[in-house]
Design a protein around this ligand. Structure first.
Ligand SMILES: [Ca+2]
Length: 202
């Protein structure tokens, strides 16, 4: 059983990572562990446009039934005070498999809403054939002006590789005084990158 949300450092639209939601269950979708745009201030009556890119593999419909409404989705909630939230709108993805595509939705901010937050859920596949939804480059426009963007960037592997390279190179050189031993920076950088990858959590 796999139901998880992680950063993906191989499949993305913008470097170095994207959000990846995986589920091999008919009855459960993976959700991003934190709300996006949490508590973002919006203007009453303003037009919000929310857009993002998504890519998908083997996603079935709800309860395993293919349906046009989609189950991988971005949901928008609004609140007057940041305490009580109500569902405002959602952008559902079609089931199935497709490459990166732009999805967008619009809504008008109700008069009793001052802040919003977004919920991201995806996956919903079958045992042995997990459904995977990738999301990247999320943007929110208010009356045409960009007010929020989320690129799902996690720099852990890059930082690990950089630290590993410096430590490995300096260590190799200092221990031997031979410049060629500084090449140990390469495997150590790789190890640092892998550690960074494994420890990157949303
Ligand atoms: Ca990205």
């Amino acid at each position: 059983m796999t139901v998880e949300a992680v950063y993906d450092f191989v499949v993305w639209r913008s470097f170095p990572s994207s959000a990846k939601l995986v589920s091999d269950r008919f009855d459960e979708l993976a959700s991003w562990p934190r709300f996006l745009a949490y508590g973002l201030s919006v203007k009453r009556g303003a037009k919000l446009k929310i857009q993002f890119y998504a890519k998908q593999e083997n996603v079935l419909g709800e309860k395993g039934v293919k349906q046009a409404s989609g189950v991988s989705r971005l949901s928008v909630y609004g609140s007057a005070d940041g305490k009580t939230w109500k569902y405002l709108s959602g952008i559902g993805l079609p089931p199935g498999t497709f490459d990166w595509q732009l999805f967008s939705g619009e809504l008008t901010v109700p008069s009793d809403v001052a802040v919003i937050r977004l919920y991201l859920g995806g996956g919903w596949g079958a045992p042995g054939r997990p459904g995977v939804t990738w999301v990247d480059d999320l943007k929110i426009y208010q009356d045409g002006a960009l007010i929020y963007s989320e690129d799902f960037s996690n720099w852990n592997p890059c930082i690990g590789a950089g630290l590993g390279a410096v430590a490995g190179g300096a260590g190799g050189y200092l221990a031997t005084k031979k410049p060629e031993y500084a090449l140990i920076a390469l495997p150590v950088a790789l190890a640092g990158g892998i550690i960074g990858w494994l420890t990157a959590s949303p």
